[in-house]
Design a binder for this molecule. Structure first.
Ligand SMILES: Cc1cc2nc3c(=O)[nH]c(=O)nc-3n(C[C@H](O)[C@H](O)[C@H](O)COP(=O)(O)O)c2cc1C
Length: 189
């Protein structure tokens, strides 16, 4: 059964490193046989979320939630801001639950999520990703791929063809994505 994977990054900055990582993930997931949908979160017009959104969510929130519902798994690339994950990403994830409220930790129940991130610093985005992982498990009920890919020194981490220049990191990235596909197929079956 072909896994349907949604791919996006938490940055819509032109030239975003995380968008580059998400684009690479989309290509590699396709090569692994997954059916991939790549989206730019910046195209979804979402104000800051609060409880007034219940029953009154913008069209973009419903569209995003529908995309979540239609896919078996996700690859999310998140920037790290002050040791945390991107607020735009949390805002979008929260809107998806406000658009279709349910019991706690059901927004991504039955979905498999793999995380990655890229930053110019030496440590990559690992600190932010650990927090995002907790939120996705505890708040959204998602099943997380054990591996996470934090790409440091992002300005030199990508080669001209858009791949990861470091062989070891590239191999780990592939392993992570392969696990995303196999776990998504299993959960779907
Ligand atoms: C408010 C702010 C805080 C940041 N804090 C961190 C940080 O804690 N760790 C880090 O590695 N990079 C940090 N950065 C740098 C980002 O990693 C860098 O801007 C990166 O390019 C953002 O991702 P993008 O290229 O996908 O937009 C920070 C940037 C901003 C704007």
């Amino acid at each position: 059964m072909t896994a349907k994977i949604l791919v996006f990054s938490g940055s819509s900055r032109p030239g975003s490193f995380n968008d580059r990582l998400a684009g690479l993930a989309a290509r590699e997931l396709q090569a692994l046989g997954a059916e991939v949908t790549y989206i730019n979160l910046g195209k979804f017009e979402l104000p800051l979320v609060d409880a007034t959104g219940f029953g009154n969510a913008p069209k973009a929130a419903h569209e995003l939630r529908q995309l979540f519902d239609e896919h078996d798994g996700m690859f999310i690339a998140s920037p790290e801001y002050n040791a945390g994950y991107a607020p735009a990403l949390k805002n979008a994830l929260d809107w998806a639950t406000v658009a279709k409220p349910g019991a706690p930790a059901t927004g991504l129940a039955g979905k498999v999520v793999a995380l990655g991130g890229a930053s110019p610093g030496a440590m990559g985005t690992y600190r932010g990703l650990t927090q995002l992982r907790t939120v996705l498990e505890l708040g959204f009920g998602a099943t997380l791929v054990p591996e996470m890919v934090a790409v440091g020194n992002a300005a030199t981490a990508f080669s001209e063809d858009g791949k990861l220049a470091d062989e070891r990191t590239a191999g780990f990235f592939k392993t992570t994505l392969a696990r995303l596909v196999s776990m998504s197929e299993k959960l779907k079956a």
